[in-house]
Design a protein around this ligand. Structure first.
Ligand code: CUA
Length: 361
């Protein structure tokens, strides 16, 4: 045994150093920021930079839990290292059995009562945070959004604005000052299995459960693009069930609403017209909806304003000509197992349908 220990490259001081290095690397990764733009990208998982009240409350509790458990970790590790060093086998040991001690009511009481007290404190802090978020009163001006989880994308409704879109939730910026705040209130539902809404910088996880309506809310302090994802395993493409919350200035949000409500120009060029006819002759229309047309499908995302989106396939790829073409030709290439089948279109047919889809803005 002793030989094995001596052969390993790290001494007693080596392991803590490696562990500290790992922690620093982790922290560095989490704090990384996206590039600046009109709406800077807020990277996913950056839960140490909350920019909305529910996320801020969760952050406060989480940091407290981290300090308490971190303290316990340091004390236990320090004691362990001390005992390992102090009581290791020495040259002078005569090999006789050490004194055998059984039971100590003082020590046993201490290691039972102290953890119970610590756990109770953590339960109380967590319950208070959950209660404060769930019971928060929404002001009259709160924007209402209904999110419906599907395998593997998000249906986004604005019941008061008459807008339907997918995978990208546009909301106005709110304010730290409650008098000026304009939060967004979400109703969360599911069309198939359990999913979970999670945008770490804006709010904690809330499940979307079939036959049930859950609620959550956000009040983002800064405009930007915030990344979220489905946080409950829901099948093959769970990892590519990505969500973006795009937080606008108040004027920017009004502009977005105006754009979403503006009628779509009819197809004009020969390719667009041919693509339009092809789209309505194939089974595309069974699953997709385009406002003001016979395409009334609700199984797949609403395509009325498709070209206003940043990504395709619920965040699987940026929405550009190449990816749109690939998606129409065979979505299984970009998103294996997704419920949109390969429609066996020829390259020419794909060109035409893409030409039509590009008019949907
Ligand atoms: Cu939806 Cu995981």
């Amino acid at each position: 045994m002793a030989n094995v220990v001596r052969k390993s490259g790290l001494g007693a001081a080596g392991y803590p150093a490696v562990f500290a290095g790992f922690l620093f690397a982790l922290a560095g990764g989490l704090y990384g920021q996206g590039a600046g733009s009109e709406y800077p990208m807020k990277r996913v998982a950056d839960m140490f930079q909350p920019l909305s009240r529910p996320a801020e409350m969760i952050h406060g509790s989480a940091v407290m839990v981290l300090w308490v458990t971190g303290g316990i970790f340091v004390v236990v590790t320090a004691l362990l290292v001390y005992i390992l060093l102090k009581f290791r086998k020495k040259e002078t040991d005569d090999g006789s059995e050490p004194p055998q001690i059984y039971g100590s009511s003082h020590i046993e009481l201490a290691w039972t009562v102290i953890p119970i007290l610590i756990t109770v404190v953590l339960i109380l802090v967590t319950s208070r945070t959950i209660g404060e978020i769930q019971n928060a009163k929404m002001p009259e001006n709160a924007l209402k959004v209904r999110l419906v989880g599907h395998q593997w994308w998000w249906e986004v409704h604005y019941p008061e604005l008459g807008i339907i879109t997918a995978n990208e939730v546009h909301v106005p910026v709110s304010d730290r000052d409650p008098a000026k705040a304009r939060p967004t209130h979400f109703e969360l539902q599911s069309a198939d299995v359990i999913h979970s809404f999670w945008v770490p910088q804006l709010a904690g996880k809330t499940d979307l459960v079939p036959n049930r309506t859950n609620e959550t809310w956000i009040d983002p302090y800064e405009p930007g693009v915030y990344f979220g994802n489905c946080a409950e395993y829901c099948g093959t493409q769970h990892a590519n069930m990505l969500l973006r919350v795009i937080v606008h200035t108040p004027e920017g949000f009004e502009e977005w609403v105006r754009q979403m409500k503006a009628p779509v120009a009819p197809p004009a060029t020969p390719d667009e017209i041919a693509g339009h006819r092809l789209f309505y002759d194939t089974s595309c229309v069974n699953c997709h909806k385009v406002d003001g047309t016979v395409a009334e499908g609700v199984f797949g995302p609403d395509l009325t304003k498709l070209m206003t989106r940043q990504t395709i396939g619920a965040g699987v790829a940026p929405l550009d000509d190449k990816n749109l073409w690939q998606w129409v030709k065979d979505p299984q290439v970009l998103k294996v197992g997704c419920l949109m089948p390969d429609m066996q279109l020829t390259d020419k047919e794909t060109d035409l349908i893409v030409a039509y889809l590009k008019t949907l803005e």
